[in-house]
Structure formats: C-alpha cells, structure tokens
Design a protein around this ligand. Sequence first.
Ligand code: SAH
Length: 249
Amino acid sequence: MIFETLSVFPEVFGPYLDASIMGRARRAGVFEFHAHDLRDWTHDRHRTVDDAPFGGGQGMLMKPAPIFEAVDDLSRRGPAPHVVFFSPCGRRFDQGVAMELSRRERVLLVCGRYEGMDERAYALADDVVSLGDFVLTGGELAALAVIDATVRLLPGALGDEMSAVDESFSFDGLLEYAQYTRPASYRGMDVPEVLLSGDHARVDAWRRQSAIERTALWRPDLIESARLTPEERTRALEVMARGKGGSDA
Ligand code: SAH
C-alpha cells in the first residue's frame, strides 16, 4: 500500500513514520510513504501557496492552483490515488474508515494549513475526513493518525498477526477487555484470579464479559450497534443503569 502526503511541511512525517512499528513496517515493505512539498507546484519566486480571503476576514487561505496542479500531476504518476482531504467539516475518522482505507492501493492525503483551503480545492477530494470536533493548526497530525491506524491493519505490520483482531472497535464493535501483566498483586490491587488459572475457556468468557462491561461503562453509545447475544445485551444494560459508580469492569 502506498501513502502519500501533500503539504507545506513535508519534513514533519519522517521522524514519526521511521520509528517503532511504523518504521519496521515501512522497512519491511508493508507500506510505502512519500511526502510531497506543495510548494513544488508554485511558479513564483516566493513559492506562494496562500492568499487573503475574498470578502475580508482574518488569516490566509490556501490557493487552489498549486493543489490542483499537484493532485493532477501526482495522479498521473502510477495507479489513480484515493484522494483524502482533511477538514473539521469532514466525516469523522474511526476504525471503520481505517479499514476502508487499508483496502486501497494508493492513498493521497492532502493537508491544509492556515485558515484552510479555497473551497474549490475540495472538488478534488474523493473523501473529506476529520479527526474530531476540534481545530488543528494543520492536517499533518491528522495524516499521521490516519496512516498509523491504517498501516497497523495491514498484514505483517504488527508482530503478532492476531493483535489487530481482538482490539477495541474490532468486528464485534466492543472496546477491548481489561488486561494485566506482572506482578499479580500491586499496591493492594489483585489481578482477577481467572486470568492466572490457565483455563483458556474461562479466560475467554471473562474477557468477553470484561469487554461488554467496559464498553457499557465507558462508551455506552457503542452498545446499540455492538454484536451481542440477548443475555449479553441485558448485562450491558444493567451495567449502563448502574453507571460508573458501581464499576467492576
Ligand atoms: N478554518 C477552518 C480550520 C482550518 S485549520 C475551520 O474553521 O474549519 C487548518 C487545517 O488543519 C485544515 O485545512 C485541515 O487540513 C487541518 N485540520 C484542522 N482541524 C482538523 C480536524 N479536526 N481534523 C482533520 N484535520 C484538521
């Protein structure tokens, strides 16, 4: 899979994408990454990418021409990219969007800066994505979040092939179950006995309960669409009614 970014700060991606799991996946060829500098598609001495908004108002907007020329040019090099723009107006990024993107061959992430972009530039977008209801100074962090969440779904990205399967927001729509490591007792807090039992069937049952209870407690909005048996749904509704005060998840 090929990820490319188009932005005025192409240098910010390398340090993150060369580290840890992303770095290993990139070196192993799980994904390719190229950061393009939007200023390479300007024609003036100052390599200008922004201009004042028509109608007045504060700040600067990204001009349409460099973005159109860059996307046209990059689209002609190789397979047609899926073009994603970032904006607080876009559809909210989540694990489902990451899964959709992980099936694409080539994704071009177009990052805004300043007060955003000339509205006409969005005509180039196949998709407009937001990280959430807050305003960043630029799309680069959004691009890194999208690349990270998508790459870790690709085969071979994580050491253990299974580890992306039973995580939060996976196929059953629940948060992940509670996990513990050594020591079994710490500051008076004990790891649930069943996890020390070596009985895999009991461990699996406990984990399922834990995932349901944690989801009901922390993200009750996810329960409606989660894949639950009628008994599990009853249990979830009990936990939701009791609320955080009675937590044992
Ligand atoms: N004036 C715009 C915000 C521009 S912020 C508004 O009020 O909607 C500058 C750039 O940062 C945007 O073009 C976008 O690329 C990026 N950005 C800001 N907030 C974002 C968010 N929540 N999700 C994804 N990208 C965001």
